[in-house]
Design a protein around this ligand. Sequence first.
Ligand code: ZN
Length: 209
Amino acid sequence: MLSEGQVKNIKSQLLKQIDSWQTNEEKKEEARRYILSLNPKQLEQFLIQNKLIKTSNKEKQPNPATEQQCPFCLIVEGKIPSYKIDEDKESIAVLEINPLSKGHTLIIPKKHLKIDKLHSSAFTLAKKIARKIKSKLKAESISIQTAEIFEHATINVIPIYKNKKLEKYKAKEEELKQVQEKLKVKKRKSRKIKAKKPKPLEKAPVRIP
Ligand SMILES: [Zn+2]
């Protein structure tokens, strides 16, 4: 695990790199926010994936594809831990760890693609999550916005609550877990298996001859 000092140092180096990018300020700002949001473990994963530090695991094959360096692809692959609440064939829905409000969710296409290639099912999933947030978290309304960071499109599902401003904050693990529990799709399959599980055979009573 990286030390606090190392994390600080690495983050400031990454932020300097972002400054030199040939892209618009909005994208740079999103990238900066992303870097700042990483906890030490996520940062380490990010560095490993970007070949900025070596892994002790020699069997890992380096993959030069840009998709491998994209944090959203890493979330989809489960290489960056996330709070998943739902998914379909095309996309996954995870909680934003630096939300604008409680329940802020990201719909991430499983494929590395830009906004214009977003599949309509991603919006269907976004609307489904929006309905769920409205009922389970008592949000007054929901704002659905597309974004593109690291050239990977995402859809933000942002709950709006009465008398509450939208303001980014670092969500505590407890909050994320609690929201995940409320919003995540309950697996019907496991319940079925449980119900069908046969009861263990009762032991025959001991008989005294
Ligand atoms: Zn990607």
